[in-house]
Design a binder for this molecule. Structure first.
Ligand code: NAP
Length: 336
């Protein structure tokens, strides 16, 4: 079968490899769609640890072709999405329910072969069943949506809250929709590209501001005097981190969702966090949220087609991952 293999940093190739065989507790799926994520670019650049060689792709969906002898729940022919993050279940974090912080976390498409391939094997327990008539391109959104749901859980948005979202990539645009569904009264998206701002307004943002046109904080303060209840940092750059902390009201919450390079520092004023009781918290991966994401995608709750920039064959994936995102690109989906 064909698979997009990361051989070493900056070396990503479409190769012929043997089709994987399911073990007793595994299922074999025929991959139908797999999203390209910014993390794939970090892995390509050697900025995020992976096994090597490994097939990339952690936002995948497909149809079950075969099941091992110990598989009981998943049936051949079902369409499934896979939670890529496999927790050990026995470390102290797992035993306290914090599976995303597992000491031995192993991810499909990172440490184990992933979804930029024709076939994939995964443990039955990672699979979530989807409707057979669901568009596989939509199914590939389950993984990023599951991460966003954890971000929303961490944010603890109440109906009527005001929220500022920094960064209008696929994550920021999913967050806009989730905040709307959570009942936020004011949803401000800060992003530089005008088409994204226009799109955000159709997806539920009440305001979309251009941080390059004038001071983002002044614009947010004009909309939410005293600051917003919650800031969601979804760009992963120092400037938006600083803006997120400054944008919240006294007693507000900042969720760090964007990924900044390891070791990258930003300046914060602990005094301001202290006297304003600002809650500053990371939201990492998808602990126990993949099933909820699958339920939302199955119910067609979100607008997804508008987030798909291109659908490409596997053969185009190495060059796309090796290049910076094109202007206007939101989400590219590979289909084998
Ligand atoms: P993305 O496509 O890179 O989108 C981020 C967007 O932020 C950029 O496209 C850019 O849009 C905007 N931006 C950059 N600088 C900005 C600035 N100074 N002010 C306002 N906006 C700015 O990434 P994504 O796929 O949406 O993901 C967002 C972040 O979440 C990434 O860092 C990703 O690695 C991370 N992530 C985290 C998790 C997790 O579990 N925590 C899961 C998935 C992804 P404009 O050009 O329009 O400004």
């Amino acid at each position: 079968m064909q698979a997009v293999r990361l051989l070493a940093a900056h070396s990503l190739r479409l190769q012929d490899v043997p089709q994987p065989q399911p073990g007793p507790g595994d299922i074999l799926i025929r991959i139908e769609a797999c999203g390209i994520c910014g993390s794939d670019r970090h892995m390509y650049a050697g900025e995020y640890p992976t096994a090597k060689p490994v097939t990339l792709g952690h936002e995948f969906a497909g149809t079950v072709l075969a099941a091992g002898s110990a598989v009981t729940r998943i049936k051949i022919g079902q369409r499934v999405t896979g939670d890529p993050n496999i927790a050990c279940g026995t470390c102290s974090q797992c035993r306290s329910g914090r599976f995303n912080l597992c000491a031995h976390l192993s991810a499909i498409g990172v440490q184990r072969d992933g979804g930029f391939a024709q076939y994939l094997v995964m443990p039955e327990g990672q699979a979530h069943v989807l409707p057979v008539d669901l568009d596989p391109v939509h199914a590939a959104f389950c993984e990023p949506l599951a991460c966003c749901l954890h971000g929303l859980d961490v944010a603890r948005i109440s109906p009527g809250d005001s929220v500022a979202i920094f960064g209008g990539g696929v994550i920021g645009l999913l967050m806009v929709q989730l905040c709307r569904l959570a009942g936020a009264g004011t949803i401000v998206l800060s992003t530089r590209q005008q088409p994204r701002r226009e799109l955000a307004l159709t997806l539920g943002a009440t305001h979309a501001i251009d941080p390059a046109a004038s001071d983002a904080l002044a614009q947010i303060r004009a909309i939410a005097p005293g600051g917003v209840d919650v800031a969601l940092e979804c760009a992963g750059v120092p400037q938006t981190f600083t803006q997120s902390v400054a944008a919240v009201r006294r007693g507000g919450a900042v969720v760090i969702f964007g990924v900044m390079p390891q070791g990258q520092g930003v300046s914060v004023a602990p005094f301001e966090l202290l006297v304003n009781e600002i809650r500053l918290q990371g939201a990492y991966l998808n602990p126990l949220t993949h099933a909820r994401a699958a339920a939302m995608i199955s119910a067609r709750t979100l607008a997804l087609d508008c987030l798909v920039s291109r659908i490409v064959p596997l053969s185009e994936v190495p060059a796309i991952i090796a290049s910076p995102p094109a202007f206007g690109e939101i989400k590219i989906i590979a289909r084998s």
